[in-house]
Each structure stands twice: as C-alpha cells, then as structure tokens.
Design a protein around this ligand. Structure first.
Ligand SMILES: NC(=O)c1ccc[n+]([C@@H]2O[C@H](COP(=O)([O-])OP(=O)(O)OC[C@H]3O[C@@H](n4cnc5c(N)ncnc54)[C@H](O)[C@@H]3O)[C@@H](O)[C@H]2O)c1
Length: 251
C-alpha cells in the first residue's frame, strides 16, 4: 500500500486475533507499530511472536485515565501518531432478557466509551500534527439485528454513528472510517468451534467461508494508506456477502 512506510500506527486490542494480524500487516508495510492491550500475558506472547513491534502498552481502554497514561508513554516513543486502528472490543452472548446492568455497562464501556476515549486522545495529537487517519472497529452486528447480542449490537451501531460524526468534525485534517466484519475466524474461535458450528456459519455466507484476521488487516491497511485519501465518514462491510440480501439471504 502507498504511504504506510514509517507511519506511526497504534492498534488497540493488538494482542487479540484481528489485532495481531493487523500489527503483522502494518509491520510488513514498513510502518512503526504500537499496541495497547489489557491482557499482559498476551502482550508478552505478542512481543515474542512479533519482535518488530516498537511499543506494547498494557492499558484498559474503558478507563480514560489508563488511556491518557498510555498515550503519554506513546508520546515518549513516537512523539505523535499517524494512524489509529481502534480495534479492541468484547462480546457476551446472552438473551436480551438475561443481560444484567453490569454486563450492559461492561460491553458499552469497552466497545463504545473506550473507542471514544482512545479516538479523542489520538485526534488531539493528529490535529496538532496536521494529519491522521482513524479507523474504528464496527461489526455487521451494528448494521442489522442479531439474536443474543443486544448490548454488543447497540455498541457497534454507536461506533458507526460516532465514526460519521468524527469525520464531519475532524476533516479535513483527519480521515475517519469504520470497518464492519462479519464472521471472522480468530485463533480463539478456531479452538472453540466444532466442525458443525463452523459449517453452520459458512452456509450463511455467499462466499462459503469465514473471514480470516488477515482479510480484515488488509482492509485496515488499504483504508490507512494514501490509496484511500478521498475516503472518509464511511463504514466498510467485510463479510463474504453475508448481509447482502438482508432477510432474503436466510432461506
Ligand atoms: N472475530 C469476529 O468475528 C469479529 C467480527 C466483527 C467485529 N469484531 C470486532 O473486532 C475486534 C477484535 O475482535 P477479535 O475477534 O480479534 O477479538 P479478540 O478477543 O481475539 O481480541 C480482542 C482484544 O482486545 C483486548 N481488549 C478487550 N478489552 C480491552 C480493554 N478494555 N482494554 C484494552 N484491550 C482490551 C483483548 O485483551 C484482546 O486481546 C472487536 O472489537 C470485535 O468486536 C470481531
């Protein structure tokens, strides 16, 4: 991709499935890559697996003080930021009637409030530098209803709307977009899913396969690059065609 060499890139949730593939991809593109993740053990494993990573910070994106401290540390290494991949997120599978207020708050605190805290810190630095790219992690769950994930679906719909509002206010200095994956087979899910579960998901997808973390990382790299210099305020679905037909795709 054009324009990623030596760019200072921060990836939240970088020790997870999609985050690690994204870190790997940006390293391959010649970028300088930093990661924030709250899982310290996973951060250590990531450091061993990907020694080219310049900075790995342990922080909780749901806590604004923790985010502010992480950015202060990042400033010491990078002295600014060119690209934010605002990726960290969680989901809890529960029927709507079983979601507790604590669970609701936890999902919204990380997936929506955390995305805001990190984006604001990043945008402050990008505005001071005069340029930047922010890509927020949405989901197809933020675009259409799904059973048993009401809290998650609401958080991701919020991220998509937040993305539009940020693009309006932060342009022309900062481009802001969202990525909305469908079923992505991360190493954790690969370990959990039986063959039957995997098949049940695959038959719902026109391309007849689940996405890989590398598929999503490639979209992040494109949107962060100069190839996407006229793209802002949008969300990009990467789902193998899963939601293309709406209800029609569920025979
Ligand atoms: N895997 C999918 O099918 C899929 C589909 C659509 C969207 N997404 C989104 O992609 C993102 C990454 O998902 P993944 O599948 O790689 O999940 P994952 O669980 O493998 O990785 C998420 C990472 O985020 C970190 N994290 C969680 N809460 C955090 C916090 N408060 N502070 C800092 N770090 C935190 C975790 O430690 C983990 O390393 C999430 O936002 C998820 O909602 C995933």
């Amino acid at each position: 991709m054009r324009g990623l060499t030596s760019k200072r890139v921060l990836i939240t949730g970088g020790a997870g499935g999609i985050g690690t593939a994204t870190a790997q991809r940006f390293v391959e593109e010649g970028a300088r890559v930093a990661v924030i993740d709250r899982d310290e053990a996973a951060c250590k494993r990531l450091h061993q697996a990907l020694p080219a990573l310049e900075v790995i910070l342990s922080a909780d994106i749901a806590n604004p003080e923790s985010v502010a401290q992480a950015f202060e540390q990042l400033d010491q290494h990078f002295g600014g930021l060119d690209v934010l991949i605002n990726n960290a997120g969680i989901s809890i599978r529960h029927a709507f009637m079983d979601i507790t207020p604590e669970e609701w708050r936890k999902v919204l605190d990380i997936n929506l409030n955390g995305v805001f805290y990190v984006a604001q810190q990043a945008a402050r630095r990008m505005l001071a530098d005069g340029s930047g790219v922010i890509i927020n992690m949405g989901s197809t769950n933020g675009l259409t209803g799904y059973h048993y994930y009401a809290d998650y679906n609401a958080s991701k719909a919020g991220v998509i709307e937040l993305t539009r509002s940020m693009a309006l206010e932060l342009g022309p200095t900062i481009r802001v977009n969202a990525v909305c994956p469908g079923f992505i087979m991360t190493p954790m899910q690969e370990a959990e899913y039986t063959q039957e579960m995997r098949h049940a998901f695959e038959v719902k997808v026109p391309l007849q396969r689940l996405g890989s973390p590398a598929d999503v990382a490639a979209l992040f790299a494109f949107l962060a690059s100069d190839e996407a210099s006229f793209i802002s305020g949008q969300h990009f679905v990467i789902d193998g065609g899963e939601i293309a037909g709406g209800l029609a795709s569920q025979p």
